[in-house]
Every structure is written in structure tokens, then in C-alpha cells.
Design a protein around this ligand. Structure first.
Ligand SMILES: C[S@@+](CC[C@H](N)C(=O)[O-])C[C@H]1O[C@@H](n2cnc3c(N)ncnc32)[C@H](O)[C@@H]1O
Length: 281
């Protein structure tokens, strides 16, 4: 089966995203706004969100009076999206291989959008060709993906834990399916062109990832995301066993201190460097 590894990974990681939905919503808000703005969504248009996760863009789409459809490979995410956006038609499936028009009664979509949901395909050209088949002639595609180069999202504070591990998880591989797979502009252009998309445009978009919620300094929020990710989970298992509960608590305190040092204007925040990508079917 295509994308089996990602399906398994996101079924597990989905729990982290759903448990920490309020934090992800705050931190990734600028990227939702950027996609929605670039998609130029009119009322009553039919909008498909690829890798819709727990439903943030579905909610935005519904608020604009458009008709939201979502697809995601993770059952955990889909369950959360159905709770969060009950007005949306949400499908559990692989966007690379599913008949995307089926939930729309066989009709095509006017807009296809995604926030960080399109970088995980085994075969990106096949996936974007499948997405193209679901798009009406002249339909607009708009998505954000992480840009290559320095992106603190994947390092800030995580490095403190990685330094304590004998075999930390390998660095994210930009040549494999994963968050950094669409970092290179030429690769993104080639994938979309080979899949039949026209008028492809990439704009560097730097949103601020701000971890503050309700006036907090964002330290506990960033800490929660780090402890839930693969390095955080490995660190907890290994270091708690090696150092005991008090030793592990000391490491967490050290990480908290590092996050306090990273605050800017009293808040944990840093740039999220992305590509805002648009194309026409
Ligand atoms: C980084 S999360 C983003 C979730 C959501 N778009 C958001 O911004 O909150 C990536 C999402 O893509 C989904 N995904 C990964 N591969 C997929 C595939 N082949 N088909 C559909 N969804 C996929 C994951 O399950 C996950 O929900």
C-alpha cells in the first residue's frame, strides 16, 4: 500500500496533534491565514483540504460560507476533524490514491488547499496528478510547506534533549517524505509541473510561530510540543530509565531554562519559514 509508513506514523502522531490542538492552532495561525487568503475562497465554492488534520482549515472554509471537504490518512486526525467541523465532509484516505471527487458526488473542486499536509507522499507527482484530476478547469491550488534552510520549529529546545541521547533520532531528511520534503523551490515546481499544474508560483512566507496562549510566555506550550515529539518521547524513555525520575525532572527543568532564554519580548516565538505555493489546474 502507498504511504503505509506515513499512515502508521500519523495515526500515532495524530494523538499529539489532537491533545495539543490549542497550541498548534496558536502557533500555526499565520499559516492558516496565509493559505486562506491565497486561495481566495468565495461563498458556496467547493473546497478540498488535503491532509486536513484535526480540521483548522475546514473551520475557516465553513466560516467563509464555502463548502468544506477534507481528506486525511490518519484516523485519529479524522475523528477530531469530524468533531471540530461537523459541517465538513471528511474522508479517511490517502490523497495520493483515493478518488477525491467521490465525496463530492463525482464533481470537481473549485479550490484545493493545505496547511503543511502535502509533504508526506511516497510519490508526490502521482499524488499531485491525482489531486489535479479532482480539480475543476481553472481551479486554484494554495498550500504552505516548510522552506529549506534554518527553521527553529525543528530545533529550538529539541537540541537540548538530543544532546543527552546516545543515538538521537536522525535529522529530518529533505529527500524523503516528511515535513522538509518540499523545502526546495525547484523540486516543488517540478513536482507540480510534472503533475499537470500551471501558473505555479512560490512566495517565501515567514510567519511568526508564537507559543503564547492567553497571555502566557509560551514556555510550557513549547515544552509540551517538544516532549510529545519523537525526540521528546525517546528522551523520556531513555533518560528516565538511566537517570531515574528525579534525574529526568532535572533534564526537563534544564529544557525549561533554555526555553526561557529563547523568549523574545517575554514570549517564546520564532520565524516559521515557508513557501506559500499557488497553481492553477
Ligand atoms: C503536519 S500535519 C498538518 C495537519 C493540518 N493540515 C494542520 O495544519 O493542522 C500533516 C497531515 O497530513 C496528513 N497526511 C500525511 N500523508 C497523507 C496522505 N498521503 N493523504 C492524506 N493525508 C496525509 C497527516 O495525517 C496529517 O494530518
Amino acid at each position: 500500500m502507498a504511504n503505509e509508513e506515513q499512515q502508521q506514523a500519523w495515526t500515532v502522531q495524530g494523538t499529539d496533534w489532537v491533545d495539543n490542538a490549542a497550541i498548534f492552532d496558536a502557533v500555526l495561525a499565520p499559516f492558516a491565514d496565509a493559505v486562506i487568503h491565497a486561495a481566495d475562497i468565495a461563498p458556496a465554492t467547493r473546497v478540498l483540504d488535503i491532509g486536513c488534520g484535526s480540521g483548522t482549515l475546514l473551520q475557516h472554509t465553513a466560516a467563509l460560507g464555502a463548502v468544506p471537504f477534507g481528506i486525511d490518512i490518519s484516523e485519529t486526525m479524522i475523528d477530531a476533524a469530524r468533531r471540530r467541523a461537523p459541517e465538513a465532509a471528511v474522508t479517511l484516505g490517502d490523497a495520493q490514491t483515493a478518488d477525491l471527487r467521490e465525496p463530492n458526488g463525482g464533481a470537481s473542486f473549485d479550490r484545493i488547499i493545505s496547511r503543511f499536509g502535502v509533504m508526506f507522499f511516497d510519490d508526490p507527482v502521482a499524488a499531485f496528478a491525482n489531486i489535479h484530476r479532482a480539480a475543476a478547469p481553472g481551479a486554484r491550488l494554495a498550500f504552505v510547506c516548510w522552506r529549506e534552510g534554518d527553521n527553529p520549529m525543528f530545533a529550538a529546545g529539541i537540541d537540548v534533549l538530543a544532546a543527552r541521547l546516545e543515538s538521537p533520532p536522525p535529522a529530518l531528511d529533505p529527500s524523503a517524505p516528511g515535513p522538509l520534503a518540499f523545502g526546495n523551490a525547484e523540486r516543488v515546481r517540478a513536482v507540480l509541473a510534472d503533475a499537470g499544474w500551471k501558473d505555479i508560483a512560490l512566495e517565501a512566507f515567514d510567519g511568526v510561530c508564537d507559543f503564547s496562549i492567553d497571555g502566557s510566555d509560551g514556555v510550557e506550550e513549547r515544552l509540551a510540543l517538544i516532549l510529545a515529539n519523537r525526540t521528546g518521547q525517546q528522551a523520556r524513555t531513555e533518560l528516565e530509565a538511566r537517570l531515574g525520575p528525579d534525574g529526568w525532572a532535572g533534564v526537563v527543568e534544564e529544557l525549561r531554562e533554555e526555553l526561557r532564554r529563547l523568549r523574545v519580548d517575554g514570549v517564546v516565538k520564532f520565524p516559521g519559514r515557508t513557501w506559500l505555493v499557488t497553481a492553477i489546474a
